[in-house]
Design a protein around this ligand. Structure first.
Ligand code: NDP
Length: 409
């Protein structure tokens, strides 16, 4: 019997699209696994950024290329020329659909870390990508969506709670803490445009079969984080993994997402919003049209430059509540990641690290056939244990606190 291509790890050539903070981590971590990734090509809009990342990898030759991933024929040609088994999309959410189109055209599997968002509307949802289900199935190709940390690991943690710790998951609180500090007056940990669009969006959480809207960052709680991180303020916001989790684990009747923000970050954000600097529509400036948020991105610190400055840890996890053997029960599954250790390993802070490592492990799952079926899938639709067995040794081990008394948020 002829083995499918994805079953032959020695044939696993990968094309990584996007040479930002996450792309840098993905290249480093793929290069650590020559047993899986037999050849690596890194392509992005600015080739010099690809070359700079490639130059950091001593043992393995990383091929680089310039590509505009908004241009389907151009990307399709590159894929045909490189013949990868998998395309890892770590460009921006705006490129998801064009990269999926090029993968279909060239006949190759696809993976990303963030769901599609149109450039002119701050509205992100999975439906645009779920609509590709039949096209991927017909071609026998797979697309794995949201293989970062949140979404990504948080979906896997929820699936693990449902598989091993609860008979029925009824409520989830996804809690994302960055207890690190970069010492800058105001900076974002990943692409500032994407980050600010996300945190200024109207909040939505899932309750009793419906989305409930509230003002952006209007709901605040305090949460006592484990392992000495301590108490921090968390703010409720909309986050994309809730959409797929409530669809695929329909017993969930309440889902909320919480993130920590410092008072300093919120003060700056409020002023920037009030003066119109977070607007995503075009304004006239000196006879030229500019988008204020894109201009703001250009003057804020490059998230990549925060790597050597950031100290402290992240703690991202899921508290799942429900029933086990007829009793109400809670389980908390989380990872703690240290910014400085990440920088020492891959020249990047923990936000890019915690996104890039699951992207690589998602690729390993697909290329080894452990998670492989034609169609478009989210992370919770596969066996979480297989993923966790791989992602721990790759740098993101998890802790399970089985049973606990966290207050309802
Ligand atoms: P960066 O802005 O640092 O990097 C994005 C890269 O994509 C840049 O190299 C950029 O090129 C390139 N790019 C942008 N447009 C195009 C295009 N049209 N064609 C080719 N390349 C293009 O972002 P990050 O690395 O911080 O984030 C990458 C992705 O990871 C984003 O989608 C983000 O939403 C996601 N993410 C997911 C998280 C999760 O936990 N799931 C957490 C954090 C991020 P150029 O350098 O020329 O601008």
């Amino acid at each position: 019997m002829v083995k499918p291509k994805h079953m032959e790890p020695d044939m696993s050539k990968v094309l990584i699209v996007g040479a930002g903070g996450v792309g840098n981590v993905v290249v480093h971590k793929c290069a650590q696994r020559p047993d899986i990734f037999s050849a690596i090509t890194l392509a992005s809009r600015t080739k010099s950024k690809c070359d700079a990342i490639a130059a950091e990898i001593a043992d393995i030759d990383i091929k680089t290329a310039q590509v505009d991933a908004d241009n389907v024929p151009e990307l399709t040609e590159l894929i045909r020329q490189e013949e990868p088994q998998l395309v890892i999309n770590v460009a921006l959410p705006y490129q998801d659909l064009t990269i999926m189109d090029a993968c279909l055209e060239a006949g190759v599997d696809y993976l990303d870390t963030a769901n599609y968002e149109p450039l002119d509307t701050a509205r992100f949802e999975y439906q645009w990508q779920w609509d590709y289900q039949e096209r991927f199935q017909e071609k026998g190709l797979m697309a794995l969506l949201g293989s970062g940390f949140d979404p990504g690991m948080t979906n896997v943690y929820t699936a693990l709670a449902a598989k091993n710790y609860l008979d029925e998951v009824q409520e989830i609180d996804i809690i994302d803490a960055n207890a690190g500090d970069h010492g800058q007056p105001f900076a974002t940990n990943f692409n500032p445009e994407i980050n600010i669009r996300e945190v200024t969006a109207t909040c939505r959480h899932w309750e009793n079969g419906d989305w409930v809207e509230s003002g952006a960052l209007q709901t605040k709680r305090s949460f006592d984080f484990p392992e000495g991180i301590g108490s921090m303020n968390i703010y409720r916001m909309y986050h994309e993994e809730m959409e797929s989790l409530v669809k695929h684990i329909p017993t969930i009747r309440k889902a909320q997402f919480w993130m920590t923000f410092s008072d300093n970050y919120l003060k700056h954000l409020e002023v920037l919003q009030n003066v119109g600097m977070t607007r995503i529509d075009e304004v006239e400036y000196n006879g030229q049209k500019i988008v204020p948020l894109q201009f703001l991105k250009a003057i804020l610190p490059d998230p990549g430059s925060l790597g050597p400055l950031t100290k402290g840890r992240t703690c991202i996890g899921v508290i799942a509540r429900g029933w086990k053997n007829g009793q109400r029960k809670q389980v908390y599954i989380y990872n703690i990641c240290d910014h400085e250790k990440c920088y020492a390993e891959v020249n990047s802070q923990a936000i890019s690290y915690t996104t890039g490592v699951p992207a690589v492990v998602g690729g390993i799952m697909m290329l080894t056939g452990k998670w492989h079926k034609p169609g478009v899938w989210n992370m919770e639709q596969f066996d979480p244990q297989l993923f966790l067995d791989e992602v721990g040794p790759m740098g993101l081990p998890h802790v399970v606190v089985d049973g606990g008394e966290w207050p309802e948020l």
